[in-house]
Design a protein around this ligand. Structure first.
Ligand code: IMP
Ligand code: MG
Length: 174
């Protein structure tokens, strides 16, 4: 399988710093609950958290919708829940990529039911042309075309997460 570099390690690093600076400015005086969506957002969430200057509390959640396919089933399930309640907190959901939008649509609703004070979304990547559910990110790293990408946390059937850059894979399924 061929992997073509789309976003370099250096470009990711610069973007993460810029996002962290913007987030730190907009949350000045508050503390922030970063919710990292496992496993894809783990690299991004850690790098982002290191650059944010307001107090950060980290929590993790895992959802499933894809299995090993590259197309969302739309049936979202929580596989690992948060350790702590989010009641009254300023929540920033950190996601690797928004594709159909179904995962984040579901999660935003769920965290709102749990009583978060406000909920924003920070995504490293966005594929707006594939959107099915009405969700928008408050902070976006890169808008990319409709292609399947791996690296920097993102996988194809659990592989390639450890690539330091983002690359496009050629997959017949799509
Ligand atoms: P959505 O619910 O369709 O927006 O799906 C979002 C989730 O699908 C992301 O958190 C990723 O785990 C996965 N995903 C979507 N597109 C890609 C991709 O191009 N590469 C790797 N994972 C992807
Ligand atoms: Mg994911």
């Amino acid at each position: 399988m061929q992997i073509r570099e789309l976003i370099t390690e250096d470009e990711i690093d610069k973007k993460v710093r810029a996002l962290a600076q913007q987030i730190s400015a907009e949350y000045a005086g508050k503390s922030l609950k970063l919710i990292c969506i496992l496993k894809g957002a783990s690299f991004f969430a850690c790098d982002l958290a290191k650059r944010i200057t307001v107090p950060v509390y980290l929590d993790f959640m895992a959802c499933s919708s894809y299995g090993d396919s590259t197309v969302s089933s739309g049936d979202i399930r929580i596989k690992k829940d948060l350790d702590a309640p989010v009641t009254g907190e300023h929540v920033l959901i950190v996601e690797d990529i928004i594709d159909s939008g179904q995962t984040l649509y579901y999660l935003k609703k769920e965290l709102s039911v749990r009583g978060a004070a406000d909920i924003r979304i920070c995504t490293l990547l966005d594929k707006p042309t594939r959107r099915v559910a009405d969700v928008r990110a408050d902070y976006t790293g890169f808008v990319i075309p409709d292609c399947f990408v791996v690296g920097y946390g993102l996988d194809y059937a659990q592989r390639y997460r450890n690539l330091p850059y983002i690359g496009i894979v050629d997959i017949e399924e799509r």
